[in-house]
Design a protein around this ligand. Structure first.
Ligand code: NAD
Ligand code: ZN
Length: 269
């Protein structure tokens, strides 16, 4: 059982760690029912990144042809509404409680790592349930399921939605009353908290890279940064990814299964 040995090696490395960090991509939430964007069946097979991935493209499409985005938008809302944290998110919480893991840097916007109970989560691509005021910049988090239900009620009418309806869907800023938008990083926008993430990567003794392809920068640098600073790198991803050169242990399993087994093995160390 070569894979079993890799799980044991990962567990041994983690059991010795005092300041581990994790860098997570869309793959850690795949088993929560949120598909990754790039994998087969992902959003980018159904929507053009130029129309839905950038703020300008999204606003232009919403103004000229909002009906076009409705099916994808509705599907995304259903998906994010039904999702729950999975054993991989909980495994990271357990590692934190065991005093092993200090920080999770996530590219996900789904809030699931926080909902699993992790306390130090850096969201480099923002959070889909935090709204940011376009005028004063103030941001506020809303409960995920409530917010989605409220939006879904407003876009129930089958084919008719106008740009003004979409703007109206967003809660108004509680400070200045202006329009807000989800505080997420679209293509071409500045990634958040990068100095903090790189500091976590440089300081950690072990870096877990979970469900991340390594093609979305600058988050993709984190495992390399950690390795260069002397950390050991554990990669969990069932598919080809960019981290082979720096991985001390590579576990080609889905995140939930791999992380569940790793945490059990750490507890037995
Ligand atoms: P990504 O770099 O996050 O790639 C996803 C990776 O997950 C791939 O390498 C894939 O092999 C791996 N993967 C698939 N299923 C897995 C599983 N069950 N367990 C472990 N690994 C698995 O790139 P992306 O999907 O193109 O996403 C791009 C960006 O879009 C993300 O960085 C994020 O900001 C956003 N996004 C967020 C969510 C979310 O919030 N849940 C979901 C999709 C995309
Ligand atoms: Zn405001």
């Amino acid at each position: 059982m070569i894979l079993g040995q890799e799980i044991l090696r990962a567990a041994k490395i983690l059991a010795e760690a005092e300041n581990a960090a994790a860098s997570c991509g869309a793959g850690i939430s795949a088993e929560s029912g949120i598909p990754t964007f790039r994998d087969p069946g992902g959003v980018w097979e159904r929507a053009d990144p130029a129309e839905m991935g950038t703020s300008e493209g999204l606003i232009a499409t919403l103004k000229t042809n909002p009906q076009k985005l409705l099916p994808v938008f509705r599907d995304l809302l259903d998906t994010f509404e039904q999702a729950e944290p999975n054993p991989a998110h909980f495994a990271l919480r357990h590692l934190e409680q065991m005093g092993i893991l200090k920080t999770v840097v996530t590219q996900n916007i789904d809030n699931l790592q926080q909902e699993a109970g992790s306390t130090d989560v850096i969201e480099v691509h923002g959070n889909g349930f935090r709204m940011r005021c376009l005028k004063c910049g103030r941001s506020k988090c809303y409960p995920r399921k409530d917010m989605i239900r409220r939006i879904k009620e407003k876009i129930q009418a089958p084919d008719s939605v106008a740009f003004s309806d979409i703007v109206e869907l967003m809660p108004k800023c509680e400070e200045c009353g202006s329009v807000t938008r989800p505080d997420v990083v679209m293509f071409g926008e500045a990634v958040k908290d990068i100095p903090k993430s790189f500091e976590a990567a440089r300081k950690c003794d072990v870096m877990l890279a979970i469900g991340t392809s390594g093609v979305v920068y600058p988050a993709a640098y984190l495992p390399f940064e950690a390795k260069e600073a002397g950390a050991r790198v554990i990669v969990v991803n069932p598919n080809e990814n960019a981290f082979h050169r720096v991985s001390d242990v590579y576990i080609p399993l889905k995140a939930a299964e791999a992380m569940d087994q790793i945490v059990k093995a750490v507890k037995e160390q």
